[in-house]
Design a protein around this ligand. Structure first.
Ligand code: NDP
Ligand code: 2IT
Length: 458
């Protein structure tokens, strides 16, 4: 039980949390996300408890509008039939068409899909753009698969998914294991099945066929814009700061690129097997070549930079978090930082943590950071630059125009500055004491709850 749960005064909130735990008892990540959000909403719930109760606002908020699960059969290069499970969770469409990525990873299950879709509702509301919350994916493992196998899988996945999506209905994009290559195959199959060129049905597309400049960079760049705002607001200078970044995928690479452009020294990056430590600063061109071109492992960095060190993961704390750094950017996956790791970071002098990934800190780690005044930029705010730029891609597709890199980047920067302002305002209004996790949840909730109440009991 986290500290926040123990202190709840709202009977309505307590009842809803209990109910959701019973109803979703086998879905631990979903329950974790629900508890983090719901328990932080108490100050706003108490102000209007009667209305929320009468309209069953919270009971409706925690129940997805639709959960779609489907079979994905495909034939591998050896002619063997493989069967995976596909998902699309259309969680909340009050603000706009469902919007959120697709994750291809063997760990994918309904609980992970629902936690991601639930977080996405709040994240998308914070962007200020008209997008509802959704998420999807499959337990398909892209590692070690040939290009042909990836294509066949994507085609089979889309053969079912296409029935449920559309540019005004639900707009998927990438997430772990889904990047430009996969979006290309998915778009091709959608176009063939629909016999129409509906560019806005997917985002993260290639630049040749409706993609937006700066979408690839957006999540990582946006994270650093948010970090800059948060550090400035708390009088912490960016100068001479060292950074470690978990992961070495899309988010991690472009967080590193922007951090370096801001003059920060990024000394470590990782993948699920271990991390590289280069005290002179990571050579990002080498990482890009390994990850974006060769689709290799992070330890191959040492083949080009032999002075760097490689540390393999063993034990409950990923090796990267044993490295001392002022700023820590978890950009890999959920629950990467538990309480023990959070304490280790604190003892190493970390002043700020920026969640590039979705829910990379356990609830106990979140509480520890907040209580110990380590600045925490919550994922649903700090990594919203990706989906925000996806929404900008949808706008460009609707207008049949495209903006320059600088135009999109500037809009992204403004959106991130505005998201930080919303977190700060909620923090001030509810006297949260520098708690941007609660600030983000409250700011997003206000918008979503107003939209849901205005639209009646649906
Ligand atoms: P990628 O697939 O490009 O990269 C994922 C990275 O995380 C890889 O380095 C991968 O290592 C590592 N990783 C994945 N799963 C695990 C695991 N179980 N344990 C340890 N390491 C792991 O994904 P993205 O960069 O797109 O996504 C990273 C995070 O950011 C996710 O939480 C995603 O939900 C979130 N996010 C992504 C956005 C986007 O626009 N792409 C937007 C907002 C959030 P390995 O190769 O060894 O698996
Ligand atoms: O978690 C996320 O916000 C994403 N994976 C991006 C979603 C999107 O629709 O661009």
């Amino acid at each position: 039980m986290t500290t926040k749960e123990k202190q709840l005064n709202s009977e309505y909130l307590k009842k809803v949390i209990e109910m959701t735990e019973v109803k979703n008892c086998s879905e631990k990540e979903f329950i974790q996300a629900l508890k983090e959000v719901l328990s932080s909403l108490e100050p706003v719930i108490l102000k209007n408890e009667k209305l929320y109760k009468e309209t069953a606002l919270l009971e409706r908020l925690v129940e997805p509008e639709r959960v779609i699960s489907f079979r994905v059969p495909w034939v591998d290069d050896n002619g063997k039939v493989q069967v995976n499970r596909g998902f699309r969770i259309q969680f909340n469409g009050a603000i706009g068409p469902y919007k959120g990525g697709l994750r291809f990873h063997p760990s994918v299950n309904q609980s992970i899909m629902k936690f991601l879709a639930f977080e996405q509702i709040f994240k998308n509301a914070l962007t200020g753009l008209p997008i509802g919350g959704g998420k999807g994916g499959s337990d398909f493992d892209p590692k070690g698969k040939s290009d042909m196998e990836i294509m066949k899988f994507c085609q089979s996945f889309m053969s079912e998914l296409y029935k449920h999506i559309g540019h005004d209905v639900d707009v998927p994009a990438g997430d772990i294991g889904v990047g430009g290559r996969e979006i290309g195959y998915l778009f091709g199959q959608y176009r063939k099945l629909r016999n129409a060129y509906e560019a806005g049905v997917l985002t993260g597309k290639g630049l040749e066929y409706g993609g937006s400049l700066a979408r690839k960079e957006a999540t990582g760049y946006g994270l650093m814009y948010f970090m800059r705002e948060m550090l400035n607001a708390n009088n912490i200078s960016l100068e001479n700061k060292t950074v470690i970044i978990s992961g070495s995928g899309n988010v991690a690479i472009y967080a590193c690129e922007k951090a370096q452009a801001m003059g920060l020294n990024v000394v470590a990056m990782s993948d699920s097997a271990g991390c590289i430590y280069d005290e002179n600063g990571i050579n990002l061109d080498v990482v890009k070549e390994i990850k974006e071109v060769k689709r290799g492992r992070i330890k191959e960095y040492l083949e080009v930079v032999p002075t760097a060190k490689y540390m393999e993961n063993n034990g409950s704390t990923p090796a990267i978090y044993t490295i001392k750094a002022d700023i820590v950017l978890p950009c890999a996956t959920q629950n990467d930082i538990n309480l023990e790791t959070a304490k280790l970071l604190a003892s190493n002098g970390t002043v700020a943590v920026g969640e590039g990934a979705n829910m990379p800190c356990t609830n106990e780690a979140v509480d520890f950071f907040v209580e110990n005044k380590i600045l925490l930029a919550p994922g649903k705010a700090a990594n919203a630059g990706g989906v925000a730029t996806s929404a900008l891609e949808m706008s460009q597709n609707s207008m049949r125009q495209s903006w320059t890199f600088e135009e999109v980047d500037k809009k992204l920067e403004n959106i991130m500055v505005n998201i930080f302002k919303q977190c700060q305002s909620a923090d001030d209004e509810y006297e949260l004491g520098v708690n941007y996790v609660a600030g983000a949840n409250i700011a997003a909730f206000k918008k979503i709850s107003n939209a849901m109440i205005a639209q009646g009991i649906i």
